[in-house]
Design a protein around this ligand. Sequence first.
Ligand code: CA
Length: 430
Amino acid sequence: MPQPVPTRRAGPAEPAARARPHPLNRVLPPEVASDRWRRVHRGDAMARPRLAGFRPALLAGLSLVLLLLGIVFAFAAEEARRFGGESVRVVPFASGLDHPWGMAFLPDGRLLVTERPGRLRVVDATGRLGPPIEGVPQVAARGQGGLLDVALDPAFATNRLIYLTYAEPRPDGAATAAARARLSDDATRLTDLQVIFRQQPAYSGGNHFGSRLVFAPDGTLFVTLGERFDLMDKAQDLSTTLGKVVRIRPDGSIPDDNPFRSTPGARPEIYSYGHRNVQAGAIEPGTGRLWTVEHGPRGGDEVNRPEAGKNYGWPVIGYGRHYSGAQIGVGTHKEGMEQPLFYWDPSIAPSGSAFYTADLLPAFRGQLFVGALAGQALVEVKVRDGRVIGEERLPLGKRIRDVRQGPDGALWLATDDTGEILRVVPAPAK
Ligand SMILES: [Ca+2]
């Protein structure tokens, strides 16, 4: 069950939030439905030799029935569903991507999409995939590593700068890096590539690279990171950038007011620490504050609102248990370590998030939407006055890797396993 966690200032969360049932797995996801239909269809094809003696009319009739069933399932997948106080449909936009990871909208409405194996593409307004953009840095595409997030410079319209995070190959393994480059006017190639951040140290494992790029209203850039799983203790070590959120200027220089800028032995780019694997970050409308969502251990995914210099606990405190079944560190609380705003038990495996600010789906406004990989859902984190009061899920039967608000006001989703871009739109008025 989801367990809202009180902040130190906010006091206990509302009990109603704890009582919310999980809709997950109670509804047959559209993908499962269509898989079943495909299995039926394949079964028919395999059985055909034994049916060879039947009259062609019977076979034609059977095919027609199967065709109609297929059409019914196709519509069912896009049927109107209640979610987040709205009646929505989830409609396909693009397909054929290979592990899409991050999305960013160009000013003309076209979409930049990263693919984890190391490609960056433009998807046009009709959903057609463009060829791989040239000049993308070489990536270590193994495990959870590869080409990860993409973001546009706030002044992209005039400077055409974009930012990427990726697992950078190094002599001693790989580590997350952030780079910026100029996108050519025809959006076919990157030039002037400059690495603006390199996580330290590199490591040979394939897990927990993070990462998301989030521009703050003051023009600084947050990069959210992981602790590379095996090196979890380093999330508490300020001489590394493992398990940290870092804050840099877009050129990679260190902002004057970073919390550890004057701390001997600490990396000056660190903003907050004690994180596990942060694959979602978004700026809260109104306050301009950063919210992050991180993969926890088994039963401990967290929503946090990182503040400068604060310690978010991993692996000393946390909810859930290690994959081995062992308790996390000293338990769930420790003086000097921050509590999450919310955590999930069981885990949903969160990646990608967006605060909704548009007009198309008014009941979504001000709420945080999070993609769930293992949870195979879009999750609404219900926010009231800076506190999390509960959650609601839209089961999709697909691993959701990224969530963005589009210029059309729809919520756009990238699916990790099926390589699709989906749009969450209002259902037609009855
Ligand atoms: Ca924590």
